[in-house]
Design a protein around this ligand. Structure first.
Ligand SMILES: Cc1cc2nc3c(=O)[nH]c(=O)nc-3n(C[C@H](O)[C@H](O)[C@H](O)COP(=O)(O)OP(=O)(O)OC[C@H]3O[C@@H](n4cnc5c(N)ncnc54)[C@H](O)[C@@H]3O)c2cc1C
Length: 466
């Protein structure tokens, strides 16, 4: 059926990633006639969700591929720590508490799990990994949606919304260069953040944004987010906050995905274009710190930095897709990075001289640290003294933005006066800013999207029945 044949449905889901699919599946299973509009073409469907690998999942005993125990309180405390308290406890606890139930639901819809790999992001106890990654997950969900009779339109971008007094009336969808009006009893916005909108990023960050690389889909332009905010939705979060990691500076502008991330930071030192260190590389375990490094690099000259390691660290982190620069000495490595050789040698020597003897153990917060060095390296500090020497160039890699719309515990969109919209729901990145005021906890994006996507779908179907 072509989009022109479908002018009306019960539930219109905007977006084609995890949150949208969870919403569409839940609403269709509850008996609603669902239409899902995805702005990407079919081969790019699935938004940032197709790049994911795992979901952080609470469990009070072993659960599927998850070992040990990770209870609600520990999960919550982890979130509290990384967000520095900038989180909505009510919504966060809902997202957390529903995760154990997701595992069975996801499997019923075709998702398979696998034991995690080792390496710097060792998350065997806390994160359930998808077999085949996020791409396999979205493919499974699209197949399940098709089986349930969900109408899916690709290349279908929502370019306008008709909202009257907190009530959704219709969306204008551009498809095949033609704009069509689609009416629905309920609308669910699951169209991600605005991370791919370079003008909006520049507005928020200034010229530094021009040097950001976007790790995910080019289709998350924030158009629906802007329309909702202009239509009176409550705004949550700060436009300069987001998930931003250190990725290889040679990565493409969009969609480089997971393989461009560089996980070697805690094993070495990171210097800017002046060959100076600027932050404690060993502050905490990498899964709890990797998401601050994009932001740190964004604050450096030209938004460029370099991680320097020596032969001892090779094989101790997941190798990224680009090979490192390699040289027999620090002096020879420096010009390959465009750095002043003397300055880099001085930084490395000063670091080496400050390293105190300790027992290196990358799996615990070990006692290998520096003394009398600013900034310090508080764990995993080993001298950089064994040739060959290696470097990866780093740039801020923006994963997703946190500015979004407010929702309540039923995933209903909140208007500026805090009253829920009558028939509008939101889920996923577009509304994650309430829970993620700053910082990030690996795997919580999928937990938030799955929880509120499912809630939105069930609530939407209920609304249609009433
Ligand atoms: C490289 C990478 C790795 C990641 N790894 C993980 C991980 O392992 N675990 C984890 O929890 N999180 C991870 N994340 C974060 C995770 O991707 C998000 O938290 C989650 O996928 C958000 O899901 P979503 O459905 O809200 O957004 P998305 O999956 O991005 O979907 C948004 C959808 O909306 C569509 N869209 C946008 N605008 C419009 C419009 N105007 N009209 C119609 N459709 C529109 C887009 O095409 C897209 O399909 C990762 C992100 C990236 C980029």
């Amino acid at each position: 059926m072509g989009l022109e044949d479908r002018q009306r449905c019960d539930v219109l889901v905007i977006g084609g990633g995890n949150a949208a699919l969870c919403a569409a599946l839940s609403a269709a299973e509850a008996g609603a006639h669902v239409m899902l509009v995805e702005s990407a073409p079919v081969h790019y469907r699935g938004g940032n969700s197709r790049h994911t690998r795992n979901m952080r999942t609470m469990h009070v005993g072993p659960l599927d591929v998850l070992s040990g125990e990770y209870d609600e309180e520990e999960y919550w405390q982890d979130l509290l720590k990384v967000t520095g308290g900038r989180t909505d406890e009510r919504l966060a606890r809902i997202a957390i508490a529903q995760t154990p139930g997701h595992v069975g639901w996801m499997k019923r819809h075709g998702v398979r799990f696998q034991p995690p790999l080792g390496g710097t992001l060792q998350l065997a106890r806390t994160n359930a990994f998808f077999l085949g990654g996020g791409k396999a997950l979205v493919n499974a969900y699209y197949a399940a949606a098709q089986a349930l009779g969900v109408d899916v339109a690709y290349d279908a971008e929502v370019v306008d919304l008709e909202i009257r007094d907190g009530r959704f009336v219709a969306a204008t969808v551009r498809h095949d260069n033609v704009e069509r009006r689609i009416e629905a009893s309920v609308m669910i916005a699951a169209s991600g953040g605005f991370e791919s909108n370079l003008d909006w990023l520049r507005e928020a960050w200034g010229p530094a944004a021009d040097n950001f690389l976007i790790r995910g889909t080019p289709y998350n332009t924030g158009r629906v987010l802007r329309l909702l905010l202009d239509g009176g939705a409550k705004s949550v979060g700060d436009p300069t906050q987001g998930h931003c990691v250190a990725i290889d500076a040679r990565a493409p502008k969009f969609d480089g995905g997971i393989v461009t991330r560089v996980d070697a930071v805690s094993l070495g030192i990171v210097v800017n274009t002046r060959a100076e260190r600027f932050y404690d590389e060993g502050e905490d375990f990498w899964p709890k710190r990797y998401a601050i490094w994009g932001r740190l690099i964004a604050g450096q000259p030209d938004q460029l930095a370099f991680v320097i390691i020596d032969a001892k660290s090779i094989g101790r982190f997941m190798p990224p897709v680009y090979p490192p620069m390699r040289a027999p000495s620090i002096a020879q490595l420096a010009p390959m990075l465009g750095l002043d050789a003397g300055a880099l040698e001085r930084t490395v020597s000063r670091f080496n001289a400050a390293v105190r003897p300790g027992t290196f153990d990358h799996t615990v917060l070990d006692d290998c640290c520096t003394e009398g060095l600013a900034p310090p390296k508080t764990h995993w500090a080993r001298r950089i003294d064994t040739a060959p020497f290696y470097a990866y160039p780093l740039r801020p890699g923006l994963t997703f933005t946190y500015l979004g719309v407010g929702i309540d515990e039923r995933a209903r969109l909140l208007m500026q006066d805090d009253t829920p919209a009558q028939n509008i729901y939101a889920a996923g990145e577009i509304s994650a800013g309430s829970i993620l005021g700053q910082g990030y906890l690996a795997g919580i994006g999928m937990a938030i999207g799955t929880t509120f996507g499912r809630i939105a779908g069930e609530e939407a179907a209920q609304h249609v029945r009433e």
